[in-house]
Design a protein around this ligand. Structure first.
Ligand SMILES: C[S@@+](CC[C@H](N)C(=O)[O-])C[C@H]1O[C@@H](n2cnc3c(N)ncnc32)[C@H](O)[C@@H]1O
Length: 290
């Protein structure tokens, strides 16, 4: 059984709760994401009044292209949240095994509840900090690091880690958020402190799911900066993409003005289909060079 094999390989003193594994040495981390009750990106991607709904269309296509072309078998979804990528992979690509890691126990619990009996055999759910979890070198074919590095103190450290975890020629899907869209977001909010922080430091204090006092200072990117960081750890860039953010900004503004209802879906879709060019998320497909 793949699961047992991997657990053995990882040589960690495992404890299990609700089919979720965590290292006995480290208690389940109770970070701000834990306190905010999870990232809920997957759950939000079901509603056309959420930006994640539109982003997911792009991600579905990315995954289809990657799996059709490279056919990865052993996948790590690091900072998997409530499973936007993990569930998409398990639902659509057979003969795959996903190691899904997040520091948030609630998100992993949600994933576990979505799984079929067959899928439970193809997943290992691990509750741990991405910065602490120790995986053996060169075991994964494909690693997903979607909108995770930007929330960590040291994103470069995590790129180096995933580089080590990948087999030679293995692929990583890395995405981070763009300065442009966050700048406009701060302007819409009349949040001049944030505007200043973006201009001076390329940083933004993100309220996790709008919850007061649950804040994390995130790194904001330009595409050249992200490409350079990823290249500097030894990756070769296979391709990069920009997801534009007009749909997300319109949703944010409508929500703020309490004008968001189903009648606006057509407008949001129109903005997604015809972006004026406000960059929101950068995605990179990178290969571990041999
Ligand atoms: C913006 S969400 C992205 C979730 C998912 N990758 C997606 O694209 O839907 C960021 C996720 O990173 C997780 N996270 C933050 N810091 C982490 C850490 N140090 N170790 C593991 N996961 C972490 C959070 O719990 C959250 O689920």
């Amino acid at each position: 059984m793949v699961k047992r094999k991997i657990l053995k390989l990882l040589k960690i003193n495992w404890q299990q709760k609700n089919n979720i594994y965590f290292d006995k040495e480290y208690p389940i981390p109770e970070d701000i994401y834990f306190k905010a009750g999870g990232c809920k990106q997957y759950q939000r991607s079901k509603s056309p009044l959420e930006s994640s709904f539109y982003d997911m269309k792009v991600y579905k296509k990315f995954l289809k292209d990657i799996f059709n072309k490279y056919k990865p078998k052993l996948i790590l979804d690091l900072g998997c949240g409530d499973g936007r990528f993990t569930l998409e992979i398990l639902n659509n690509f057979s003969n795959t095994f996903v190691v899904a890691v997040d520091s948030n126990f609630e998100d992993l619990n949600f994933i576990e509840k979505c799984l079929t009996k067959e899928q439970k055999e193809r997943i290992l759910l691990i509750c741990s900090s991405a910065e602490k979890t120790i995986f053996l070198e060169e075991i994964f074919d494909f690693i997903v690091l979607s909108e995770v590095a930007y929330v960590l103190k040291n994103p470069i450290k995590i790129y180096k880690k995933i580089f080590g975890y990948l087999k030679p020629n293995g692929l990583a899907f890395i995405s981070n958020v763009a300065k442009q869209s966050y700048f406009l977001h701060a302007l819409i909010n009349n949040d001049w402190e944030q505007v200043k922080n973006i201009l001076l430091n390329s940083k933004y204090t993100d309220k996790i799911r709008g919850v007061k006092n649950l804040q994390v200072e995130v790194h904001l990117y330009t595409l050249p900066k992200l490409v350079e960081e990823v290249k500097n750890v030894g990756f070769e860039i296979v391709k990069h993409n920009i997801i534009y953010g007009e749909h997300a900004l319109i949703l944010h503004k409508l929500r703020k003005e309490k004008m968001l209802d189903d009648s606006k879906i057509d407008l949001v879709q129109l903005a997604f289909d015809n972006p004026v060019g406000i960059e929101r998320i950068y995605t990179i497909l990178a290969r571990k060079k041999i």
